[in-house]
Design a protein around this ligand. Structure first.
Ligand SMILES: [Mg+2]
Length: 270
């Protein structure tokens, strides 16, 4: 169902509750997907709306697989909260804090980075993100074939270093075997900021944990959380299944922000 059709019921508490939060993914949600991950930029309209929403909400946070400092730099709004590396680190009040359990895995990530750099194929980009690492293959000659052919190679490297392998849109990721994901990150934010309503927005498989968490929080009565998916031509099917409602793309996410801002102002919550 499209979010437009739920503003008078499912989304209403997010517009009206005093302690409401907006938690969003970055790539493919508030920034367009680009061939080089390096060049991803949040849209000017999203930046403007997030800045305006910050004083109207109890929390505006960006949760991403990128390093926290990287997201903060790209979004450029120091007043927001940035949760990086899928929840393994956080930028808040001008400082980055790493989940303590992640620190011992640093040498293993370095060894895996070295192995991957030795075995990568042309067009592949190995990115060391501090607490995790990504292998981007959007730029190889046949990405679908690479996803199949390279899988056993990266699985072997993950196994040899005791790391976990994950797959997203044109990306492999290696992470420490710690029970932290965007779902736990979302739950922690809801609890810590005592949110009584919240939305989570995301477009990829790694967002599914948070979309599930939103539904569970709402159904258990802890917080009126709503999971919102972002439609795209290569959106994984599981995103559509896990989301409560959908946006049609990055510019529709801007339209949702704009509705939220207008509604918060109308309900005198900012
Ligand atoms: Mg994304």
């Amino acid at each position: 169902m499209h979010w437009h059709n739920t503003t008078s019921n499912l989304l209403k508490p997010v517009a009206e509750q005093p302690r409401a939060g907006l938690i969003t993914d970055m790539d493919g949600t508030i920034s367009h997907i680009v061939d080089q991950p390096d060049q991803a930029q949040i849209t000017a309209r999203s930046r403007e709306l997030l800045k305006a929403l910050h004083p109207c909400l109890a929390l505006v946070a960006i949760v991403s697989g990128r390093a926290a400092e990287d997201i903060r730099h790209r979004v450029g709004l120091p007043e927001l909260v940035y949760v990086g590396n899928h929840g393994l680190e956080r930028w808040i009040d001008d400082a980055v804090s790493l989940t303590p359990e992640a620190a011992p895995f640093r040498p293993k990530l370095e060894a895996a980075t070295a192995s991957l750099n030795a075995r990568k194929i042309p067009g592949m980009v190995v990115e060391d993100k501090g607490a995790t690492l990504s292998v981007h293959y959007r730029q190889v000659s046949d990405p679908n074939e690479t996803a199949i052919q390279f899988h056993p190679i990266i699985q072997e490297i993950a196994d040899s270093q005791g790391l976990r392998l994950f797959q997203g849109r044109m990306v492999f990721e290696l992470r420490p075997p710690i029970e932290v994901d965007k779902g736990t990150a979302f739950r922690n934010l809801v609890e810590e900021f005592q949110l009584d309503a919240a939305i989570y927005i995301g477009d990829d498989t790694t967002d599914v944990d948070a979309l599930h968490a939103a539904r569970q929080l709402r159904e258990s009565g802890v917080c009126h959380a709503v999971g919102i998916g972002v439609q795209s031509p290569d959106m994984p099917e599981v995103v559509g299944e896990a989301a409560d409602v959908m946006t049609s793309g990055v510019s529709d996410v801007e339209a949702l922000f704009s509705w939220l801002l207008k509604s918060r102002k109308a309900s005198s919550t900012c």
